[in-house]
Structures are given as C-alpha cells and as structure tokens.
Design a protein around this ligand. Structure first.
Ligand code: ACO
Length: 399
C-alpha cells in the first residue's frame, strides 16, 4: 500500500473501537450507543464504566457486585505511601500521578500477567486507585495526614472523603460523578492512542496507563480546564468580563474552553454540564463565577464568523467551575480527568489486545544522505548534527 503523509493523524483511522462514537459535525458523543447526555443525566460513573468495559448496561446485581469490587480496591499497598512521601511536595500533581500510577505495578503480583482476566482485574485496580493516589498526594503536599478510604462510598464520594476528610453532600458527590461520566471515554484521543500504542507492544496495563497520564498532562489535551479557571480568576468580576474578552479577541488570542479539534458544533458533554454547573455553583456560593462563564459564552458566540468556524464552549469550560465549586485546587483538575479517563484507557487496552497489531507508522526522513564517517579527532570544531552517519533510506522501517 502506498504511504501517505498525515501529520497529526487527523485523517487516519488507526483502530476499531466499540467504546465510544463521535460525530463532531453534529455534536454527538455516544458510549456504546448511549447518548452522553442521557448517561450524564441518569447513570453513575460505576454504571458508565461497566457499560464501557462490557458493552451493555449492567443489571442491578451486576452493578452492585462491580461497585463492591471497585470499593475493595480503593486502598493502596502501605509501601505506596512511602512512594508518595518520596515525591517533592512541590511536584505538579499530574507529574506525581504519573510516577504513582507507574509505581502501582511494583505492588501488583499480576503486573506482567497478560491474560484477559488478569488485565480486567488490573483495569479495576487502576481505576479504583487513581483517585486514591490523587487524594493522597494532595494531602501529603499540604502537610495533612492521610485519610483511609471508605469502602462503602462511590468512587466520587470516596475521593472527596479522602481529599477533604469530610463527607461530601449528595449533591457534591453527584457533581463530581457527572464530571467523571462525561470524561470517561472519547474515541482515539491523544492519551488513549498513546495507551493503545504502548499495550500493542505487549507491554503491560500499568505501562500503558502511565503513558496515558503523561500524554494527558499536556495543555493541548488535558490541561485546558485549569486554564479556564485561571482566566475566570484573572477576570475576577462579572463587570470586567466584557472588556477582558473584547481585548483578548482584539489581540486574536484564544478563549480557553472554546473550540475543539473534533467538535464543530456544541460539545455534547457541555450541554448538561452547563445547567448542572449552575446548580453546583449556586449550592456552593460560586454563582458569580458561573455568571461570568455565561456572559463569556454570550460574547464569544456573538462574534462574527465564530459559529461558522465551529467554535463553541467545550466540556472544560463548564467542568472548570464545577471542580472549583467542589473545592478542588486548580492543579487537580487534570488529575480528575485522568481518574475518569482511566476507565476509557484500560477499556481501550483490552480492546487493543483482543485484536492486536503493533502500531508502527513511518517517519519521512528529512536529513542528509551518503556522508563519510570521520574519526573523532579529524572532525572540525562545532560539528553539527548534519554530519551524522549516513542513513540509507528515506523511509525507515526498522523496528
Ligand atoms: N477562541 C477563539 N478562537 C478560536 C478558538 C478559541 N478558543 N479556538 C479556535 N479558534 C479559531 C482560530 O483562531 C482559527 O481562526 P482562523 O481560521 O480565523 O485562524 C479557527 O478557530 C480554527 O482554529 P484551529 O486552531 O485550526 O482549530 P483546531 O481544531 O485545530 O483547535 C483547539 C482546537 C486546540 C481545541 C482550539 O480550539 C483551542 O486552542 N481552544 C482553546 C483551548 C481549549 O479549550 N482546549 C480544550 C479542548 S477540549 C478537551 O481537550 C477536553
């Protein structure tokens, strides 16, 4: 087959998936055929994960058994607490999480067991423990003692408990749960692709999850919700929104939380979150922040050509105020994204292994050819990489 150039792979289908379907033109996202809006309104994160991992909604018994299994895995090996303490308190939580997810492998006797059953058990452990690790690191960096997990709570409820040491109200727990549902999977996004590339080498689930966390960290992927909140705090007040946004637009700067590579219509994840975020903000005394977001949306969508360009609020625009209203520090926002997307990452890894093919695209070689090797003592000073040993072929296919 002739090679084609597709930088960014935006025109390449690199995998089959049964997990989620995206129609960016019409603003549709479905998990296993269920519209994201109906799942966000009705399903819990546990139910959503079961759906993604099993290809259908669970019955009452299956859901209860799954929740129990997940709860039994919230705790981490005691030696993981030493790993948490070995990380500098000043580390960014996403960097800490990358290290901690990787470290989990050392305390799982099945880490290198590659059977489908073992991989499912590891998916469950990774999902249960990721939120735990975020809470543990946050308490450690603030000099607070660790809070033991409560295996009677949902993943969202337990996270808020371990983070704050206080019981979340049902509406706070539900708010976080909705955000987890909305972020659980999203086609072959960058971090999911990275996880599939790693597992496709027949590496292991922990390595794939670690790859994914590192990929999610980037501001072009998982970091935008934090930047939305920074923008709102910088603006500070509803009365200053118009001038702030006008000057940003005049300088042709991007408004954080708007636009999406795939969606050229309203991000379907933002629809419910928009109304839900208002309730959460009202319940927690953060309504002024929410009103700022609504005003920003009005201004941006009134710009000439903006709708033609397909620029609408994305999920991060409204998840930012929701996380903030729940009392999460700004640098934990992307960690919550990771805690949720772990469901998608692990689901995709299992799917990849079921019909595995090593992922190995080509690079177009753009360097020199046919250079003569000079012994080191004969090379001129300030030699540059242009005199590197010759490469015989423009399209390297070496593995
Ligand atoms: N504000 C204002 N204008 C925008 C924005 C924005 N946020 N995003 C895109 N545009 C404009 C661009 O200036 C460009 O205009 P032009 O054609 O006149 O030059 C046009 O829309 C197309 O922009 P592209 O960069 O080609 O769009 P792309 O699809 O590559 O970008 C991206 C998508 C990176 C998300 C972009 O919209 C952006 O930077 N948004 C802000 C960051 C953000 O919110 N990211 C979160 C994404 S959601 C998620 O990851 C869960």
């Amino acid at each position: 087959m002739p090679l084609t150039v597709d930088k960014g792979l935006g025109n390449t289908i690199a995998a089959d998936t049964n997990l989620s379907f995206i129609d960016g033109t019409n603003g549709v996202l479905e998990y296993v055929g269920y519209d994201i809006d109906s799942l966000a309104r009705n399903a819990t994160f546990e139910e959503t994960t079961w759906l993604l991992w099993n290809g259908r909604l669970p019955n009452t018994h299956e859901l209860a058994a799954f929740a129990k299994e997940l709860q039994s895995e919230y705790a981490v090996d005691a030696r993981m607490l030493d790993v948490v303490r070995a990380i500098p308190r000043t580390a960014a939580p996403m960097d800490a999480l990358r290290t901690l997810v990787s470290a989990l492998a050392h305390f799982d006797l099945e880490a290198d067991e590659q059977t489908p059953a073992a991989n499912k058990r590891k998916s469950l452990r990774l999902l249960a423990k990721t939120a735990t690790l975020v809470a543990l690191f946050d308490r450690y960096r603030k000099g607070k003692s660790f809070v033991a997990p409560d295996a009677t709570l949902s993943l969202a409820g337990n996270f808020l408990w371990m983070l704050t040491g206080a019981r979340a109200t049902p509406s706070m727990e539900r708010a976080l749960d909705v955000c987890l549902v909305l972020h659980a999977d999203h086609g072959l996004n960058a971090s999911t692709f990275a996880a599939r590339v790693t597992i496709a080498t027949q590496s292991d689930m922990y390595s794939a999850a670690t790859t994914a966390v590192g990929t999610l960290k980037g501001p072009l992927h998982g970091g935008a919700n934090q930047e939305v909140m920074e923008m709102l705090l910088e603006i500070g007040d509803l009365s200053k929104v118009d001038a702030y946004i006008a000057s940003k637009l005049a300088r042709k700067e991007r408004i954080m939380g708007f636009g999406h590579r795939v969606y050229k219509a309203y991000d379907p994840r933002a629809t419910y979150l928009k109304t839900f975020a208002k309730q959460v903000a009202a319940d927690t005394g953060n309504l002024p922040l929410y009103e700022m977001t609504r005003r920003i949306e009005e201004i941006v969508l009134a710009q000439p050509n903006i709708i033609e360009k397909g620029i609408f609020p994305n999920v991060d625009f409204y998840s930012a105020t929701t996380y903030y209203s729940l009392g999460l520090d700004l640098d934990l926002f992307t960690c919550m994204f990771a805690a949720s997307r772990m469901a998608g990452w692990t689901g995709h890894c299992i799917e990849q292994l079921a019909a595995n093919k090593l992922v190995r695209p080509h690079a177009e070689y753009t360097g020199p050819h046919g250079l003569s090797y000079l012994p080191i003592g004969q090379r001129p000073d300030g030699e540059t990489s242009s005199t590197c040993p010759s490469v015989k072929t423009a399209m390297s296919v070496l593995v």
